[in-house]
Ligand binder design. Structure first.
Ligand code: ADP
Ligand code: TYD
Length: 213
């Protein structure tokens, strides 16, 4: 099976506007006639949504860092098998709110240096990177305030506080440098329309490149 669709992911710290921009991009592309699947992680398939509850609700110390890597990767494997790869095979545009780069950051950095373990498990069980990753970069204090203003029971990582968010921002920027072929950085500290316009322009360029490939 060859995957002919385009796989786009959004990354960034909590509250940076990923979900908002992923939704807007999906709406805009659909209005332009593209066949779009909008999905998210952890989740995006029935099994992965069940795992989402296990990792994002309840006592924050419920899992060790290593167990968490296994759970996020198990969720991703199910999501990949049942949602992402079938859509790409049909030639659809898959827009995913977070993917493996989030595991590289959150599980790879937040409780010791586990990045190597994350990468090893990724190559063993996932082995797929996005065609385009849009990093919404912004000041962590603003992101955290936006994230905490939302009501909900999924406060797992937001609860870790501003220091972790600062570490995550720096980590995401370093990751963008490491995978510079697929990352595009967008300034998230602006109004939603300006960000959406940049995201749309970047995506059209990537779709055009993919069509030439
Ligand atoms: P994420 O998915 O990155 O956590 P969200 O898209 O859920 O971020 O946005 C977090 C909160 O901030 C939401 O309440 C959303 O409406 C708001 N928000 C998103 N983008 C902007 C923006 N550019 N300016 C102001 N508020 C925003
Ligand atoms: P998400 O719903 O995208 O949160 P937000 O909208 O606040 O950005 O993701 C929920 C949390 O899960 C978020 O704090 C980041 C965390 N997460 C990981 O720790 N590892 C992962 O692999 C993924 C995909 C998410």
């Amino acid at each position: 099976m060859t995957a002919s669709g385009t796989f786009i992911t959004f990354e960034g710290i909590d509250g940076s506007g990923k979900s908002t921009q992923a939704r807007r991009l999906a709406d805009t592309l659909r209005a332009e006639g593209h066949d779009v699947v909008l999905t998210r992680e952890p989740g995006g398939s029935a099994g992965a949504e069940e795992i989402r509850k296990l990792v994002l609700e309840g006592d924050p110390d419920r899992w060790s860092a290593e167990t968490e890597i296994l759970l996020f990767t198990a969720a991703r494997r199910d999501h990949l098998e049942r949602t992402i790869l079938p859509a790409l095979t049909k030639g659809q545009v898959v827009i995913c709110d977070r993917f493996a780069d989030s595991t590289r950051m959150y599980q790879g950095l937040s409780r010791g240096d586990l990045r190597t373990v994350v990468d090893q498990l990724h190559s063993l069980m996932i082995g797929r990177e996005p065609d385009l990753t849009i990093l919404i970069d912004m000041d962590p204090d603003t992101g955290l305030n936006r994230a905490l203003a939302r009501q909900g029971s999924e406060e797992r990582f937001e609860d870790f506080g501003p220091e972790l968010q600062r570490q995550m921002r720096a980590g995401f920027l370093a990751l963008a440098d490491e995978y510079s072929d697929r990352f595009q950085i967008v300034d998230g500290a602006r109004d939603m329309d300006s960000i959406a316009a940049d995201v749309h322009a970047i995506t059209l360029k990537a779709l055009a490149l993919k069509a030439l490939a």
